[in-house]
Write a protein that binds this ligand. Sequence first.
Ligand code: UDX
Length: 438
Amino acid sequence: MRIVMIGTGYVGLVSGACFSDFGHEVVCVDKDAGKIDRLLKGEMPIYEPGLDTLVARNVEAGRLSFTLSLEEAMPGADAVFIAVGTPSRRGDGHADLSYVYAAAEEVAKLIGDYVVVVTKSTVPVGTGAEVEKIIREARPDLVPGDNFSVASNPEFLREGAAISDFKRPDRVVVGAEDEKARDVMRELYRPLFINETPILFTGRTTSELTKYAANAFLATKITFINEIADICEKVGADVQQVAKGIGLDGRIGKKFLHAGPGYGGSCFPKDTLALARTAQSVGAPTRIVEAVVEINDARKRSMAARIADAAGGSLKGKTVAVLGLTFKPNTDDMRDSPALDIVPALQKMGATVKAHDPEGMHEAKKHLPDLTYCSGPYEALEGADAAVLVTEWDAYRALDMDRVSKLMASPVLVDLRNVYTPQIMREAGFTYRSIGRS
Ligand code: UDX
């Protein structure tokens, strides 16, 4: 099969590379000449474990290529995926679809033989229908279902684990309105049949909503356990044990019950807000998702006070070491990371901040220019009056606490990811605070 992937961002690049690894011929298109240039040289625009070797392998095999020209890429394509960005629109929180619609218009002009136009970006309910309308208006000569189809195929990739998520997904969801489109999509995902991956065919609107519902549900699960953690702290219970105790119930499930500083990333904050806005605009407001958005924002903002409290109340003139800046490990993505709330709040309280992150410092510098970036965790901890573990990178999971305690001006650790054990830390002489455990 021949695939065109429009957009070499996170979703487009990972999906394109994985499809080519399945044996399909994939051409990735982007308007950003710098990005295409780097990709042609084998440089990855994002950090994702395994992506560079996957890309190199398939480029070498001649199955994966990169170009600025959609015109060159389109002829002979069985499917064109639109995987461009859908950022939150400034002001109202709705998803900004201008890039998706612009891509649809360009595709329309170039349609020759039958092709399935697939929305891969997370797009609000109704976008597929709008894309179809754009194509029909641009090309009145084309008949939907005959000359082209528009399908929805949301991605459920987690950053840091995107390649295995693509190759061994729990399910694939495809929203299509005709059998011709379903046939093409079935063929594209045939390599997954060997793992018995369920492919769920639905209508387009249902598929679009499924993506938002999945992300909103997961965000709700995290927010729920975060609130339970707050209760645990008040009553002296242990949130990790509560999570285990409820998670072993198959109806609840163990995953996404790690209490922490609040979720971040490129999807949950944006998608929960967009779903809340869509729900309001169709007259079926979701109070649960609205509450989740509000609680999570407030939680991220409240973390700095927790650090000040552990450090004795005031941070004026103190140095705080921040370990981890990205929204989660194994990515360099800073989007909506809790660190973006925590660091400025610490600085506002009068603290000097030293930080380390294994992969995210380059990206972090764009958002947080006024702090000292260190080459390793121990350098960040040296002379600090308090330390906060924001992201649970492997590099922070087995710190030599004797060394840490000697390096720090005072051994105060606020562990927002519950990486360490309270009792052991106290025995090591630390003032230790974590989430939902005492
Ligand atoms: C998420 C979805 O998992 C994925 O299916 C979707 O396609 C895109 O959004 P991602 O944002 O890469 O993926 O990361 P994920 O691992 O889901 O974590 C999101 C945020 O939730 C992170 O800030 C993480 O720290 C937080 N989180 C996750 C928790 O606080 N507790 C948990 O138990 C799980």
